[in-house]
Design a protein around this ligand. Structure first.
Ligand code: UD1
Ligand code: CA
Length: 499
């Protein structure tokens, strides 16, 4: 890669798009995924917060295909809506009945346009790397002889159960792909013992695809139209495919059930956590930390055990996030500290602010620089100005707090009157005493003070003291005569109370 390319990654993508012009990606995503036992279509189950079907689509686009066709059927509307989020330009082909992978590709043929080559990917294989797909797409131009018309991505499985087996001739050419069930049913022990498996990723010439697809019949153990039969027909036509073996099986393992889903998640989590550690992020016990795909973390951040970061979260340098904290779609600015067991959702935490332990920042929370939110405080649609503090046991909803103000323990903004929400505006350097309710809409002027235990129902002018609790009365000697200890003493014959 030239220096100019590394400085501008777009130029590389543009170039590969040109290179692979005429290659259309077809993603098979119409199946129900019976083995998941789920109401949700299988390809929408998520790995690290990303739906399975997004992985092959994003990888194919990054590898530079000219167009993406997604075959949908089961849960069609849901799958289409999810795909549109990452690939607005994707075209959908409908497979009315799920009669097998060849039948699915057949449904995509009318959408192939003038494509000369087709890259077929399974919607339930989350791993394929951009590198693998790019290598696959570029291979023909690198060979000296005639380009193969069919390349099948393979891997060597420790346990090949359930996968199609790759059957090759002495010269290494692909003769057939035999599905596990069919190999077992036919008693082909050599094939059953074969550990080289079909990853469900194929690059095939358009005309060879159409020629061989037309020959596929459903005469097999599952009564389905197998795309894998294309390999045998290509060999019979004198144009056998070749196998592109990936070195790490896990990269292309499919997800058919929940245990494979968990395995895939744990693999991708490890890969991602390693990337973060290499880029300068400290993970205390990385096995227990989960970081979603759209999360950005700068160097010199420390994440404690059981931290989960998801959505479009951004964490700037010097931030420390304590054990068990869960953050979604939030930004945390430089050197802020989030203590253990906090929940942040669509919140903005300013530089050097402190949150927690046990704080809940709900959507619309903004903490400016050096603001502080302590234990058992809940905030929603609330801004805390620079250096403002709410250290203990409070609910602040629909509220603006000015700089350096102090919100006492147990303060509650009464923002909801049963019908509508109202805002509370608290100025700068205001002191709100403990156990205070502020009935919104309400405005506390700059540098005002609210006495502890007050229910604030009226606006407080700047510099004023608001106090609403009943004045205290002391009755001299009352407790000595009538308090609980006095009554206990009266009951014991000796007149000696027990303490
Ligand atoms: C398939 C391959 C197998 C390979 C494995 C790799 C066939 C016959 N077998 O098996 O050789 O080792 O993938 O993971 O192709 N789909 C449709 N319409 C259908 C049926 C399936 O769109 O009618 C989609 C599914 O949504 C899924 C993909 O095709 O995303 C693969 O289907 P699946 O049933 O999971 O195939 P496997 O049994 O895993
Ligand atoms: Ca599968």
């Amino acid at each position: 890669m030239s220096h100019a390319d590394s400085a501008n990654p777009l130029s590389r993508a543009d170039r590969s798009r040109d290179e692979h012009h005429g290659t259309v990606a077809v993603i098979l995503a119409a199946g129900q995924g019976t083995r998941m036992r789920s109401a949700l279509p299988k390809v929408l189950h998520e790995v690290l917060g990303r739906p399975l079907v997004h992985f092959p689509i994003l990888a194919a686009m990054a590898a530079g295909v000219s167009r993406v066709v997604v075959v949908v059927g089961h849960g069609r509307d849901q799958v289409e809506a999810s795909v549109r989020k990452v690939a607005p330009g994707a075209v959908f082909a409908v497979q009315a009945e799920q009669r097998g992978t060849a039948n699915a590709v057949m449904a995509a043929v009318p959408e192939l346009g003038d494509a000369r080559r087709v890259l077929i990917l399974s919607g339930d294989v989350p791993g394929p790397s951009v590198e693998t797909l790019s290598a696959l797409l570029s291979a023909p131009s690198m060979t000296t002889g005639p380009a193969p018309s069919l390349t099948v991505v393979g891997f060597t499985a420790d346990d090949p159960t359930g996968y199609g087996r790759l059957v090759t001739g002495a010269d290494g050419h692909l003769l057939a792909i035999v599905e596990h069930k069919d190999a077992v049913r036919a008693g082909h022990n050599l094939v059953v013992a074969e550990r080289r498996c079909n990853a469900g990723i194929y690059l095939i010439d358009r005309e060879l695809l159409e020629l061989t697809l037309s020959r596929v019949a459903g005469d097999n153990a599952q009564g389905e139209f197998y795309l894998t039969d294309v390999a045998r027909f290509a060999a019979e036509a004198g144009r056998p495919g070749i196998v592109h073996l990936v070195s790490e099986a896990a990269e292309v393992e499919g997800v058919n059930d929940r245990s494979q889903l968990a395995k895939s998640e744990s693999r991708l989590r490890k890969v991602r956590n390693l990337e973060f550690m290499r880029s300068g992020v400290t993970l205390l016990d990385p096995e227990r930390i989960r970081i979603g795909f759209d999360v950005t973390i700068e160097a010199d951040v420390v994440l404690g055990p059981d931290v989960t970061l998801s959505g479009r979260t951004v964490v700037e340098s010097g931030v420390v996030i304590g054990q068990g904290t869960v953050v979604k779609d939030s930004s945390i600015a430089a050197n802020a500290e989030i203590l253990p067991y906090c929940v942040l959702d669509e919140a903005e935490v300013g530089a050097r602010a402190t949150v927690g332990p046990f704080a809940h920042l709900r959507p619309g929370t903004r903490l400016l620089e050096k603001a502080k939110v302590g234990n058992f405080v809940e905030t929603k649609k609330t801004t805390l100005g620079r250096g403002a503090k709410a250290n203990h046991l409070s609910y602040l909803g629909d509220c603006d707090v000015g700089e350096e103000s102090n919100i006492g323990a147990g303060t509650i903004t009464c923002n909801y009157d049963g019908l509508n929400k109202h805002r509370t505006r608290i100025g700068a350097r205001v002191f709100v005493g403990s156990n205070t309710e502020i009935v919104a809409p309400c405005h506390l002027g700059d540098e005002s003070v609210v006495g502890a235990g007050t229910t604030v129902t009226l606006d407080v002018p700047a510099g004023a003291l608001a106090i609403s609790r009943a004045p205290q009365v002391n009755l001299e000697g009352w407790a000595t005569r009538r308090g609980p200890f006095a009554r206990k003493r009266a009951r014991t014959p000796s007149g000696q109370g027990e303490h």
